[in-house]
Design a protein around this ligand. Structure first.
Ligand code: MCA
Ligand code: AMP
Length: 519
């Protein structure tokens, strides 16, 4: 008897969603490039054949730090179909940050921009990386040159649901980033759940067009947005970088938009954002950071649309979503909606008791999207799961009688700035290593544009005079720009509790108006 194994490779699942007319447009860029569905298939097959020709071991990681381009999307698809593990890295990361990722993940292949090839290839070859290719925004580089010689025909490598598809690094509370291991099954189930939950329209139902305005090295832009469009055979309008005027100019040709709250704040700053401008749009989705109720209300007033807010993590993909369909309930501003189908979500008190409806506590989750653990960190993985298999999110919230979840804070010391996560412990480590610094504390304060921004409060070593602007400049030269605190103050003492621990809540209150020079 032969047992038919169903291929669980995420690529095959996405491919099943492509439209019948493969010559129709899959991606249109803001620089007027057009890619058909057939182009995506051909180019990803060629790249997958190149990867296959390298003789890489099973489970090889393909680390990618390149600017946003359709070719980078194709590289992601090629990695999936070749059965390897995709490891995207933010282009803002500088050499010290990259050295950590490369050392930790030991990728078999690194793909980077030609600009970074010199130093990055040195780092990679030191840890045993076999191949370093380049890929530039203008569609040049050795990756494409090499792939051009390969066939457009490629048989997708079969994968089981539990096989790894991607590793997403998320910063750690101790300052060390952790690689969240996501499987084909994790990503597939979440994409399928969201397809239903958000009512994606197939070509037969009139079709959807997504404006893709987010970076493609994090969960929001890479998985939630791209999988949504591909699985549904929907065209993407591909913006290399978010610009509110540019995004607005495409609203008349699109139906779905996804953004972090800063994108909505910046769009609201455009006079031309009117009901007419969003006439054909079906759905606006927000996530990655809390959407202020003011933004939610202003958007409704200006456009007539109610933003759908959802909540997720790199470790879990999407967990909750406000309803899309009216019959499922209203979209409530300030909440992230009920748990998605298949997700179990509970709220616990500090003593570990499960709390009743309405009470505030730590959020724990279980479900098909929840990751396999942190790369190379079994102890950390074990610490973050309960004995009955729930993942501790580090978010604090409550669930109301209808099941709607409200996130009220975080137990993890984390700043979310413009949708990017910044872990104070990591930044403090870098500041403390600067000459003349005795100690530092980094806290987040509210910001109208980024939602939250970092403020560094620093103490000098005896006999040293510190210049706050100079400190920030030094940080800029070694750290990803979004992690650099926007303000720095030098003080004599930090407020401490009886245990000697810095009282960050007091610092936050003290520096809440630091942007206005009021401290
Ligand atoms: C840029 N800068 C930032 C940020 N972005 N500083 C703090 N926070 C940021 N997010 C720096 C720039 O380097 C620059 O510094 C200065 O701030 C002003 O830059 P600006 O030109 O305004 O920035 P931008 O290039 O326009 O970028 C802003 C942005 C971008 C478009 C909001 O940050 C962005 O695309 N954010 C989306 C992040 C995202 O996709 N998150 C999803 C994570 P200087 O002047 O010194 O050079 S996935 C996730 O969280 C989960 C799972 C989920 O639920 O989705
Ligand atoms: P990341 O580590 O980038 O996956 O970020 C995950 C974190 O972002 C979550 O643990 C939350 O703290 C936060 N987050 C994501 N979506 C939302 C949302 N809609 N509202 C509030 N916080 C959110």
């Amino acid at each position: 008897m032969t047992v038919k194994i169903r291929d669980a490779n995420l690529f095959s699942v996405l491919r099943d969603g492509f439209p019948d007319d493969l010559q129709s447009i899959a991606v249109e860029t803001d620089t007027d490039l057009l890619y058909s569905w057939q182009d995506l298939l051909d180019a990803s097959a060629m790249m997958a054949n190149l990867l296959a020709s390298l003789g890489l071991p099973e489970g090889s990681r393909i680390a990618v730090q390149v600017e946003k381009s359709v070719e980078a999307l194709i590289l992601y698809l090629a990695t999936l179909r070749a059965g390897f593990i995709y490891l995207p890295l933010n282009t803002a990361y500088q050499s010290a940050e990259m050295a950590y990722f490369i050392e930790d993940a030991k990728p078999a292949v690194v793909v980077c921009t030609g600009r970074n090839f010199g130093w990055l290839s040195k780092l990679a070859f030191l840890v045993g990386t076999a191949y370093v290719f380049t890929l530039n925004e203008d569609r040049t580089g050795s990756l494409l040159e090499r792939a051009a010689a390969f066939s457009r025909s490629h048989r997708v490598v079969q994968r089981a649901p539990g096989d790894l598809a991607a590793i997403i690094y998320t910063s750690g509370t101790t300052g060390r980033s952790k690689g969240a291991m996501l499987s084909h099954g994790n990503l597939t189930s979440n994409a399928q759940v969201l397809q239903k939950a958000w009512g994606w329209r197939t070509a037969e139902q009139g079709g959807d067009v997504l404006i893709h305005a987010l970076p493609i090295f994090h969960v929001h832009g890479l998985f939630v947005a791209i999988h949504g469009a591909l699985l549904n055979g929907s065209k993407m309008i591909w913006l290399g970088k978010f610009d509110p005027k540019l995004a607005l100019s495409f609203f008349s040709q699109a139906s779905v938009f996804m953004g972090v709250p800063t994108l909505y704040v910046r769009l609201l700053g455009e006079r031309n954002l009117t009901r007419d401008a969003v006439n054909g749009m079906r759905l606006f989705i927000s996530g990655s950071a809390p959407l202020l109720i003011e933004t939610f209300n202003d958007w409704q007033l200006r456009t007539g649309h109610t933003i759908l807010e959802r909540y997720g993590m790199s470790e879990t993909i999407m967990l909750t979503s406000n309803p899309y369909f009216e019959q499922d309930g209203e979209r409530l501003g300030g909440t992230v909606g009920p748990a998605l189908p298949g997700v179990q979500l509970r709220v616990l008190a500090e003593d570990g008791q499960i709390l009743p409806t309405g009470e505030i506590g730590s959020i724990q989750v279980k479900g098909p999207g929840v990751f396999k653990g942190y790369w190379n960190m079994p102890e950390k993985t074990a610490e973050d799961f309960t004995s009955d298999g729930f993942f501790k999110t580090g978010d604090v919230g409550r669930v109301d009688a209808r099941g709607y979840v409200t996130i009220v804070g975080r137990s993890k010391d984390l700043i979310i700035s413009g949708g990017y996560n910044v872990y104070p412990a990591e930044i403090e480590g870098y500041i403390n290593a600067l000459p003349g610094v005795a100690e530092s504390a980094v806290v987040g304060v509210p910001d109208a544009d980024f939602g939250e921004i970092g403020v560094a409060v620093v103490i000098a070593k005896p006999g040293f005079e510190l210049n706050p602007t100079g400190l920030l400049l030094q940080l800029k030269s070694i750290l990803a720009n979004f992690k650099v605190p926007k303000h720095c103050v030098v003080v004599k003492d930090l407020p401490r509790n009886a245990m000697g621990k810095v009282q960050k809540n007091l610092l936050r209150a003290q520096y809440v108006n630091v942007a206005d020079g009021m401290v």
